[in-house]
Design a protein around this ligand. Structure first.
Ligand SMILES: CC/C=C\C/C=C\C/C=C\CCC/C=C/C(=O)SCCNC(=O)CCNC(=O)[C@H](O)C(C)(C)COP(=O)(O)OP(=O)(O)OC[C@H]1O[C@@H](n2cnc3c(N)ncnc32)[C@H](O)[C@@H]1OP(=O)(O)O
Length: 291
C-alpha cells in the first residue's frame, strides 16, 4: 500500500505518468526518488528507471548522484537482471549535462560534478545487468552518452527527436571516454565526423549510422524494450556478462587509469574564460530560441 501511495504521490506531482491503479501492485516495488522513478518487476527481474526531472532531465550533480545510487542498488539486487532506461518527461530523454553545473561555479564544484559524471558512466557501462535505452525523446550530448552506454537502444520514430554528441556546437569538447563509447558503437570514421561537427542525428539517420538499433512508433517504445529484454535475458547471465566485460573492459580501464587527470583536465578546461563565455552564450541562445 505504501508503494502505491508513494507512486500516486509522484503521479499527482508530475501529472504525466500513464499507469493505472490496477497496474500498480506490490509485485512491482517502486522507489520514487526526486529525479528517477525505479520500478522493479520482481517475477521478471527487470527494472524500469524513468528519469523524471522536468523540464529536460538535465544531468545535475543531484540527478547524477541519485542515478548512480539507484543503479548500484539494482546491481546488488540478485532479483534484478535487466534495466530499461527511459524518460517520464514528454519529448525529452535527457538534455545531457546540466550546463548550469558548468557555469560560474568554483573549481571544487566542477571537480565534484565531473567525478559524478564519471561515476554515472562507469556504473552504467560496466553494469552486469542487461541495459536497454528506450529513447522516447530528444537525446543530445550526455543524454546520448547514457544511451550509447546501454547494451541496446530503441528510439521513437519521431522526426522531431534527435540524438548525438553535439558538444562542439557549444564550443566544448567531448572527453576521450565519451569518444571511446560512441566509437565502440558506430566506428572510428563516423565518430570523427560526428564529434568534429557536433552532429545531432534524426531518428532515421541515427538508425542508419547505428547509434540506435531499432525505431518503433512512440507508443511502442517501452513494449519493444521489454520484448528485446526477454530475448537478452534468455542467454545465461554468466556467459553474457563475461562477453560484455571482454568487449568493454579496455574502455573502462582507460578512464579508471586516468580518472584523476581527467578531472583535472575538465576543471582547467571549464574554468577558462573563453569556455565560460561559450557556455553562457549557449544558455542564452536556448532561452532566446524559446521566446
Ligand atoms: C583540451 C580539452 C580536451 C578535453 C576536454 C576536457 C574535458 C571535457 C570538457 C567538457 C565536456 C563537457 C561535456 C558536455 C556534455 C553535455 O551534455 S553538455 C549539454 C549539451 N546539451 C544540449 O546541447 C541540449 C540543450 N537543450 C536543448 O537543445 C533543448 O533544451 C532540448 C531539445 C533538449 C529541449 O527543447 P525544449 O523542449 O524546447 O526545451 P527548452 O529548450 O525550452 O528548455 C527548457 C529549459 O531547460 C533549459 N535547458 C535545456 N537544456 C539544458 C541543459 N543541458 N542544462 C541546463 N538547462 C537546460 C533551458 O534553458 C530552458 O530553461 P528556461 O528558459 O525554462 O529557464
Amino acid at each position: 500500500m505504501m508503494i502505491l501511495s508513494r507512486l500516486l504521490g509522484c503521479q499527482e506531482q508530475l501529472g504525466f505518468l500513464h499507469q493505472s491503479k490496477e497496474e500498480l501492485t506490490d509485485s512491482h516495488p517502486v522507489v520514487c526518488n526526486r529525479n528517477i522513478l525505479v520500478e522493479l518487476e520482481e517475477g521478471v527481474g527487470v527494472a524500469v528507471m524513468k528519469m523524471k526531472s522536468p523540464p529536460v532531465n538535465s544531468l545535475s550533480l543531484d540527478f547524477l548522484t541519485e542515478f548512480s545510487i539507484s543503479l548500484e542498488k539494482l546491481e546488488n539486487d540478485r532479483g534484478c537482471r535487466g534495466v530499461i532506461l527511459t524518460s517520464a518527461v514528454p519529448k525529452i530523454f535527457s538534455a545531457g549535462l546540466d550546463i548550469k553545473e558548468m557555469c560560474g561555479k568554483s573549481a571544487e564544484h566542477y571537480a565534484e560534478f565531473w567525478r559524478a559524471v564519471q561515476e554515472m558512466w562507469l556504473k552504467l557501462y560496466k553494469s552486469n545487468m542487461v541495459t536497454i535505452a528506450a529513447i522516447n525523446g530528444n537525446c543530445p550530448a550526455g543524454g546520448c552518452l547514457m544511451a550509447v552506454s546501454c547494451d541496446y537502444r530503441i528510439m521513437a520514430e519521431n522526426p522531431k527527436y534527435s540524438i548525438g554528441l553535439n558538444e562542439t556546437q557549444l564550443g566544448i569538447v567531448a572527453p576521450f571516454w565519451f569518444k571511446d563509447t560512441i566509437a565502440n558503437t558506430i566506428g572510428h570514421r563516423a565518430t570523427e565526423r560526428s564529434l568534429q561537427l557536433g552532429l545531432l542525428y534524426s531518428a532515421s539517420d541515427a538508425l542508419k549510422i547505428g547509434i540506435v538499433d531499432e525505431l518503433v512508433p512512440e507508443e511502442k517504445v517501452l513494449n519493444a524494450a521489454a520484448a528485446t529484454m526477454s530475448q537478452w535475458l534468455a542467454i545465461p547471465d554468466y556467459a553474457r556478462q563475461i562477453s560484455k566485460s571482454m568487449m568493454r573492459k579496455p574502455t573502462l580501464d582507460r578512464l579508471l587509469t586516468h580518472r584523476e587527470s581527467d578531472i583535472q583536465n575538465f576543471v582547467s578546461f571549464v574554468t577558462k574564460d573563453s569556455i565560460q563565455k561559450s557556455l553562457q552564450t549557449y544558455m542564452e541562445s536556448l532561452k532566446q530560441r524559446k521566446g
